[in-house]
Every structure is written in structure tokens, then in C-alpha cells.
Design a protein around this ligand. Structure first.
Ligand code: MSP
Length: 506
């Protein structure tokens, strides 16, 4: 079985999880589930990023020891993963020993390879972003200096620091982007990264002495390791990269899913650290856009934070998963509003997929004593619908694997509309005794379509498709893409189980 390794960003647990975090995780889960039904052995990692000044200050504010503070608040993200029905195979916390051990080891490797030197840092630092900014990236606002890149407040920092020889990796990085044209996706982000690297890379400060909450620099515990060097390493520490060679079958990662605000760290610093340590770089970094609340980015100060748990409670989990993946173009910003959400649930889920299932199964229950009819479609109009999914399958798989998940769903919904029309036009409910064979053929054809489309929708709406596939008696091990073909068709004369309404109209 082929391996597939994907990751979410690891979240700062200091803030309560919001819809933006949920979006990163849901989209990664959709990909993980899709790769599984394609037949891959998937390793799916998520977790929390628990070191650094930002967390230390948040703990101090509540007069808590930072480790106890993190133990408490990282629970929010562990719980969220469960609420979102994520199929992550691991959850890493950067305060775990397995992680700290790997970060120290990576530091030692970089030091042995003379990629690190000690000097003095003076410059601007944003605690909120845990990022250094150049003078030309700073502007003065009424309440002080802020980063032009993120808008967050910066403070002047001056202290002894270890540096990573980032400048040395400028050309090798540019070559890496050229040799691996699919490394940065979507394409629009790639140009942004290349022009940043071309504008000149300075060596990077990778340790701090003015606070303690971090992993100590090996052999000099006056310093703690820069939180981004620490955090990025989670992707290999979860594999116990330096210890268990057998787990390295998953490295390099197939895809890191991130938000567009953390591209520089993942597409510049991370591959540079890895190149310097002579470790392979990930195959792809995919940067999704912002989830906007109404027209704006969510922020505490604007008071427009969308709470994923509340939204799930009101509308249902599969409904939200579907809405986010269909209505937000993957890779671009997308505003979400209750009106759009309700519209999407009603038109795609309730009136299209749900209605198709309801109409066809109610005839089976009412007229056929719940039994799937035995029949062989032979008219072209029926065969066209029977083969609709297979005829479009290659294209659908390609679309998904380009991470055009919104188009994948748009295409599936289009097929559902076509089948709803077929059902309206052929009206099996009106066929009488002299035409029962035709009626049965229509029923069978539509049920087969529903079986196939449900297999393809599992990654996005896993709970509802499970209900459908269970009701059609499709075996658990026959729910992969390879089972879409007719050799695995629904078994005539088996009984369809009755279920409640699939999608409630809002
Ligand atoms: N801890 C770092 C990531 C380290 S990865 C080695 C971090 N954490 S975060 O909690 O601030 O953000 C985590 C992810 O949530 C980022 O990918 C970020 O883009 C995403 N989002 C935060 N707000 C968002 C939206 N409003 N919309 C979409 N995603 C956004 O950065």
C-alpha cells in the first residue's frame, strides 16, 4: 500500500479555536479521507504549538505556570479535533519529550554542519506572529510600530542570539522551487515566495535569551530555541525521525496544509533548515486563504469571531464541512454568512442529494416492500445514468488531486441534478402494472448512482454517507473508489433500511 503523509499547522492553544482553525483542520481531513478511499495508507498529523513568548505571556496573565496552562488549553484543540470528526492518526504537542528530543537533535545536526553561529540580534519582533521583521516591513501607526505584513504590533529586540545561515541557502532554495514546480500551491502564492527570496535573505536569529519558555539550546541553556524552528520540526518529530528509521517511510511529507499567513515559515525557513540538515524537503505546501466573517477577517477586537462549535450545534457537522469546502475556493479567501450557509444546505444537500435519496427510497419502501429490484437496464437513457459516475470518474479524481475541492463538489452536484432530472422525466411512480420492469430499472439505476456518489462524498460528509451506504447494505470494505464499478453494484433483492430525513431544510 502506498503511503501518504499530511499535516495541519500546529495551533497556538492560547486562543480559543475559531472557524479559521476549524477550516484548516477540516480541509486537511477531507484530503486525508480522500487519499484513504483512493487506497493510500494515510498518516495525518495535527497538534498544538506550545512554546514561545506569546504563550508565556498568556500564562503569566492568568498567573499560571506555562506547562500547566498549556495542559489545560491544548485540550480545546484535542476536543475540537473530535468534534470535527477528524481522522488524524496522531496529535503532537511541542511540550512532549519526543518533540523536544527531535528539536535538540536537529539543532545539533545544524551545528555540526556549521550552519549556526553566535552573534547579537537587534531588530523588530512581533510576539503575536512570533516573527522578525525588516525595517522596511514596519510602519508607524497611532498606537505604535506595526508590521506591514500582518498588521501586528512589533517591539524592539536586542540580545545575544544564535543565527542560522539562511543567506547561504538563497540560491539553493530558488533552485529547489524551480526543480519542484509543485512545491508551493496554489500557484499565485509561489510568485510571492520567489520574489521574497530573490529580494535577499538575511541570516535568521534562532534563539532568545530574554525569556525561558522554550526548548533550551543544547550546551547553552541561557538560550531557548526560536519558536518557529521548534514548531516546524513537529512534522518530523511526530515520526521520531532521527530514531525510528522505519517511520521515515512517511517522509518527505506529501503535503503540509497551512493558512496563507504562514507561508514564509513553511516555504522559506523550513526547506532551508532541511536543506542545511541534508534532510529531504516536503513535496508540497498548500496555502489556503482566510475565512472571513462577513466581509472581514475574524479578530477578537472586532468581536466577529465565529465559534465552530456553535455553528456545528446549529446546523450540523457534515453541513458545515460541505459548505466550507464547496463555497470557499480552496486557496482563496472566502466570506461565510448564515444566509449563504442556509442557501447551500437547502439547495445542494436537502433539495438535491437528500431529495434524490428520499424520493427513490420511498418508492422502494412503499411499492417494493423495501427490496432492491432485480433488473437489467438496457435503454440508452438508463445506461447513460447508470454509467454517469464512471464516465466522469477520472476527471473528478484529477480535479480533487489538483486540490480544486470546490470544483470536485460542483461537478458532483451537477451530476446529482442530472439524475434528479432523469427521475422527474421518467417518473417511475406513475408507471403502472404493464410497465413495472421499466419502473424497476429506473429505481435500480438511481440507487446505483446514489451508491457511487456516496462513495465519492465520504471525505466531505462522512456521517451522512455512512448512513446512506449502510442503508444500501454496502460493505465497509467496498467503499473505496475502486469499488465504484459495476462488479460491486447493490445487491438485488436485499432490503433497504429505513432512515430519518438526511438533511433538514433550514
Ligand atoms: N502556531 C503557528 C503554526 C505553526 S505550524 C508549524 C500558527 N498558529 S495559529 O493558531 O495562529 O494559526 C493556525 C492556522 O490557523 C494557520 O494556518 C492560520 O492560517 C489559520 N487561521 C487562523 N485564522 C484564520 C482564518 N480566519 N481563516 C483561515 N485560516 C486562518 O500560526
Amino acid at each position: 500500500m502506498k503511503n501518504f503523509y499530511l499535516t495541519t499547522p500546529i495551533y497556538y492553544p492560547s486562543a480559543k479555536p475559531h472557524m479559521g482553525h476549524a477550516y484548516s483542520s477540516i480541509s486537511a481531513d477531507v484530503i486525508a479521507r480522500f487519499k484513504r478511499i483512493e487506497g493510500y495508507n494515510v498518516n495525518f498529523l495535527t497538534g498544538t504549538d506550545e512554546h514561545g513568548l506569546k504563550i508565556q505571556r498568556a500564562a503569566e496573565k492568568q498567573q499560571k505556570d506555562p506547562k500547566n496552562f498549556c495542559d489545560e488549553i491544548s485540550r480545546n484543540f484535542i476536543d475540537l479535533a473530535k468534534k470535527l470528526n477528524l481522522t488524524n492518526t496522531d496529535f503532537i504537542r511541542t511540550t512532549e519529550d519526543r518533540h523536544k528530543k527531535t528539536v535538540s537533535k536537529l539543532w545539533n545536526v545544524l551545528e555540526e554542519k556549521k550552519e549556526i553561529y553566535i552573534s547579537k540580534y537587534s531588530g523588530w519582533y512581533s510576539v503575536s506572529d512570533e516573527a522578525f521583521y525588516n525595517e522596511d516591513e514596519i510602519e508607524t501607526k497611532a498606537d505604535g510600530k506595526v508590521s506591514k505584513v500582518s498588521g501586528s504590533k512589533v517591539e524592539w529586540m536586542e540580545e545575544e542570539s544564535y543565527f542560522f545561515r539562511l543567506s547561504k541557502w538563497q540560491e539553493p532554495l530558488l533552485k529547489y522551487y524551480e526543480d519542484n514546480p509543485d512545491f508551493i500551491a496554489p500557484i499565485s502564492r509561489k510568485n510571492e515566495v520567489i520574489s521574497f527570496v530573490k529580494s535577499g535573505l538575511k541570516d535568521l536569529s534562532i534563539s532568545r535569551t530574554s525569556f525561558k519558555w522554550g526548548i533550551p539550546v543544547p550546551n547553552n541553556n541561557k538560550h531557548v530555541i526560536y519558536v518557529w524552528l521548534d514548531a516546524l520540526t513537529n512534522y518530523i518529530s511526530a515520526l521520531d525521525y532521527f530514531e525510528k528509521k522505519n517511520k521515515n517511510q512517511f517522509w518527505p511529507a506529501d503535503i503540509h496544509i497551512i493558512g496563507k499567513d504562514i507561508i514564509r515559515f513553511h516555504c522559506v525557513y523550513w526547506p532551508a533548515f532541511l536543506l542545511a540538515a541534508r534532510i529531504k524537503s516536503p513535496k508540497k505546501v498548500f496555502a489556503h486563504g482566510w475565512i472571513l466573517s462577513g466581509e472581514e477577517k475574524m479578530s477578537k477586537s472586532k468581536g466577529n469571531i465565529l465559534d465552530p462549535l456553535e455553528i456545528i450545534e446549529n446546523y450540523g457537522l457534515d453541513e458545515i464541512r460541505y459548505y466550507l469546502m464547496k463555497e470557499v475556493i480552496y486557496g482563496e479567501d472566502g466570506k461565510i454568512t448564515p444566509e449563504n450557509l442556509i442557501n447551500c444546505i437547502n439547495s445542494d444537500l436537502a433539495n438535491n442529494i437528500g431529495n434524490l435519496y428520499q424520493r427513490i427510497t420511498s418508492i422502494v419502501h412503499n411499492k417494493l416492500n423495501s427490496s432492491i429490484p432485480l433488473c437489467k437496464p438496457k435503454d440508452n437513457s438508463d445506461l447513460k445514468i447508470l454509467n454517469l459516475v464512471e464516465d466522469n470518474l477520472d476527471l473528478l479524481i484529477k480535479t480533487f488531486n489538483k486540490y480544486e475541492i470546490h470544483n470536485y463538489l460542483k461537478d458532483i452536484i451537477q451530476l446529482c441534478s442530472e439524475v434528479n432530472k432523469y427521475l422527474n422525466d421518467s417518473a417511475p411512480w406513475s408507471l403502472k402494472n404493464d410497465n413495472l420492469e421499466k419502473r424497476n430499472i429506473i429505481i435500480y439505476t438511481v440507487l446505483e448512482f446514489i451508491r457511487k456518489i456516496s462513495i465519492l462524498l465520504q471525505p466531505i460528509i462522512p456521517e451522512k454517507t455512512k448512513i446512506i451506504l449502510d442503508s444500501l447494505n454496502v460493505k465497509e470494505d467496498e467503499r473505496f473508489i475502486k469499488n465504484i464499478n459495476k462488479n460491486f453494484s447493490i445487491k438485488p433483492e436485499s432490503k433497504i433500511q429505513k432512515i430519518n430525513i438526511l438533511f433538514k431544510k433550514q
